[in-house]
Design a protein around this ligand. Structure first.
Ligand SMILES: Cc1cc2nc3c(=O)[nH]c(=O)nc-3n(C[C@H](O)[C@H](O)[C@H](O)COP(=O)(O)O)c2cc1C
Length: 181
């Protein structure tokens, strides 16, 4: 039986490199009988976590009423999460960072999502892989804190212009990785 995969994307540049990687992954995943819930954090209205602690002792819900509620619903329905994002200033783009900060609603309430496993795919202009180290570490520790089995991360370096990713083997690779779920 297929899995439900939450594809969480982070780029504000619609149809750019990370979106194209996500689409290839989705083709592979759906072709293998999985279903996908897609959430583009950059296109949602998600305010910052204000540290109000109202989520303590709760069930993972956040009291702030915005588009994070939809992500909470997806996190409760998905078996796996696949994050596709560009690197922005050594980290997640702001919209995705806001969404990930809000995962605190689960952490603080010691509630688990349904998600059991995760991957992260990050693309960027830098060729030097050490520039991606802070992001990889953040992802790895996020997976750990969320009790997700980290199935790994993929760095797609040296892609700047939108569509540059099409000249790399990563698109074919993503389609294949989609079938592994
Ligand atoms: C605000 C901003 C910050 C960026 N910071 C980095 C960075 O720290 N390292 C890097 O390699 N590329 C950086 N880039 C380049 C993007 O990661 C790169 O163009 C990527 O392919 C964009 O993916 P997208 O088409 O999915 O938006 C930055 C781009 C922008 C607009």
């Amino acid at each position: 039986m297929g899995k439900t995969i939450l594809v969480l994307t982070g780029s504000p540049r619609e149809g750019g490199n990370s979106d194209q990687l996500a689409e290839a992954f989705i083709r592979g995943a759906c072709g293998a009988g999985n279903s996908v819930l897609r959430y583009n954090a950059a296109r949602k209205q998600i305010g910052p976590c204000i540290g109000c602690q109202s989520c303590a002792g709760g069930n993972g819900d956040c009291v702030a009423k915005d588009d994070y509620a939809e992500l909470v619903d997806y996190l409760r329905r998905a078996d796996a999460i696949a994050i596709f994002t560009p690197i922005y200033w050594l980290s997640w783009p702001a919209g995705l960072k806001a969404a990930i900060d809000r995962f605190y609603s689960f952490y603080c309430s010691e509630t688990q999502t349904r998600v059991k496993e995760s991957i992260m795919v990050v693309c960027g202009e830098a060729a030097d892989l050490s520039f991606y180290d802070p992001m990889v570490k953040t992802y790895e520790m996020t997976a750990d804190l969320m009790h997700w089995e980290n199935k790994g991360h993929i760095i797609v370096p040296s892609v700047g212009e939108p569509g540059a990713v099409q000249q790399t083997p990563a698109i074919a690779g993503m389609e294949k990785i989609g079938t592994y779920f």
